[in-house]
Design a protein around this ligand. Structure first.
Ligand code: GDP
Ligand code: MG
Length: 163
């Protein structure tokens, strides 16, 4: 079947906005409240003829496994199991947080190929965050703006070699 690409990252970085942009529909719930995506959502994506199934996930929360955010984290980890690639979304405007670094550490230990997405990179406010995200040690970040639809095609170069 089609390769499966999972979108992961901490809450509020724009995972669901990117998902919506990739599938071209308002399938995922976008909200200013962190962690609003409670379920996995799947859709068909096509970047310049590169077809894949994209999966939106809930964000990670740095709390124990018995809370709801902890279960969302477990669900994110589970969603990586069948995945052919992961898009690890960070917020270029906010810069890296300790939770981004924790997720980065986790991903470096997994075998799934990762493309780092430096989202919210429209304008110049994200420039520092884009540079910072090289330090995740997961390859060159792809700067884009899911909300403004800028740089989406640049994901082709990151995904094509791995899916
Ligand atoms: P999620 O929790 O990671 O799924 O994040 P959401 O997709 O729900 O987005 C969280 C917030 O970030 C919302 O207010 C979005 O409008 C905003 N957002 C998403 N993408 C961008 C972007 O490219 N640029 C800016 N400036 N804001 C964005
Ligand atoms: Mg979401």
């Amino acid at each position: 079947g089609k390769p499966e690409v999972v979108i992961i990252g901490r809450p509020n970085v724009g995972k669901s906005t990117l998902f919506n942009r990739l599938v071209g529909k308002k399938l995922a719930l976008v909200d200013d409240q962190p962690g609003v995506t409670r379920d996995r959502r799947m859709g068909d994506a096509d970047i310049a003829g590169l077809h894949f199934t994209v999966v939106d996930t809930a964000g990670w929360e740095d709390v124990d496994a018995h809370t709801l955010p902890g279960r969302m984290r477990a669900q994110t980890e589970a969603s990586l199991e069948g995945a052919d690639a992961a898009l690890f979304v960070v917020d270029a405007r906010a810069g890296l947080t300790p939770l981004d670094e924790e997720i980065g550490r986790y991903l470096r230990e997994q075998s799934v190929p990762v493309v780092v997405v430096a989202n919210k990179a429209e304008g110049s406010a994200g420039e520092h965050g884009v540079l910072e995200s090289y330090a995740l040690g997961l390859g060159d970040p792809v700067p884009l703006s899911a909300e403004h639809g800028e740089g989406i095609a640049d994901l082709f170069g990151g995904l094509f070699p791995i899916i």
